[in-house]
Design a protein around this ligand. Structure first.
Ligand SMILES: C[S@@+](CC[C@H](N)C(=O)[O-])C[C@H]1O[C@@H](n2cnc3c(N)ncnc32)[C@H](O)[C@@H]1O
Length: 249
């Protein structure tokens, strides 16, 4: 549980507790004029962190791709929640102390993982912890089966986690993601989106929850103020590659 808390996944509070927290520390205009956040946990004690609103909607929209052999980082929560027809679920972590990990490896040096293994790789909120992003993306592409897809999210605007000061390296722009993924994947098979707006970013930074914003406020996407980038990239399936990976033609 301590590991999960480090990444903002504490024990879920009840809806009533979250409502009480919103009333105890209101987030009206003026109350956000402060130099410390309302929440030290991305707003989780008040409701759904704003980045998770976008991440979970992205995975929901792509749930049809979460099937077959699925790899996820840290735990399998999104595989379980959004997957259909999952034949095998694996969890990757660099941290050997993670009891959920079925694959312990540094994504930037993951030669031990066999090539062309996974139909889907759920790579949420991880690349900013990997210094050598290019090497990581080489392995992401390599471990996917032909026709397999990586569903990736990365932060653009985010605080640094309390326990992550010397672990987080990067923030990304949509433009950088397009270039990084197009180096490994066919450009036409990469879909990159920047989500959020200035209000969503401010709310997230101060630690308000998604429930404290309206759907209209969350769904206004301003290219100049993205909070999060989503990337859906599919490995091209040539007939030869499909045969080599053991797919029937
Ligand atoms: C914030 S969690 C992200 C995954 C989680 N599913 C999510 O959506 O938030 C970060 C995870 O990435 C792992 N990690 C950090 N650097 C890594 C690396 N180079 N290779 C593999 N895993 C890494 C951490 O140990 C941690 O479990």
């Amino acid at each position: 549980m301590r590991r999960l808390a480090q990444y903002g996944f504490g024990a879920p509070d009840s809806r009533r507790q979250k409502r009480l927290e919103q009333m105890r520390r209101p987030a009206w205009l003026g109350t956000v004029r402060r130099t410390s956040p309302l929440s030290d946990h991305w707003g989780r004690e008040r409701g759904t962190p704003v980045d998770r609103y976008y991440i979970e909607r992205f995975l929901d929209e792509n749930r049809g791709l979460i099937r077959g052999r699925v790899l996820e980082v840290m735990d399998a929560r999104y595989t379980r929640r959004f997957g259909t027809n999952v034949t095998r679920s694996d969890v990757l972590d660099i941290d050997a102390a993670n009891a959920d990990a079925t694959v312990v490896a540094d994504l930037a040096a993951a030669d031990a993982i066999e090539s062309a293994t996974f139909d889907c790789f759920i790579l949420t909120q991880t690349l900013h912890y990997v210094f050598d992003v290019e090497a990581a993306l080489e392995h992401v592409h390599r471990v996917l089966r032909p026709g397999g897809t990586v569903l990736c999210t990365v932060p653009v605007t985010s605080r640094i986690g309390r326990a992550q000061l010397d672990r987080e390296y990067w923030r990304f722009t949509p433009h950088a993601c397009r270039r990084l993924f197009a180096r490994k994947f066919d450009e036409g098979a990469v879909d990159v989106r920047g989500l959020g707006n200035v209000l969503a970013c401010v709310a997230f930074l101060v630690g308000m929850a998604a429930e404290e914003l309206s759907a209209r406020e969350l769904e206004a996407h301003d290219p100049f103020f993205p909070l999060l980038v989503t990337v859906r990239a599919t490995k091209v399936a040539t007939e030869r590659a499909m045969a080599a990976a053991g797919h029937p033609s």
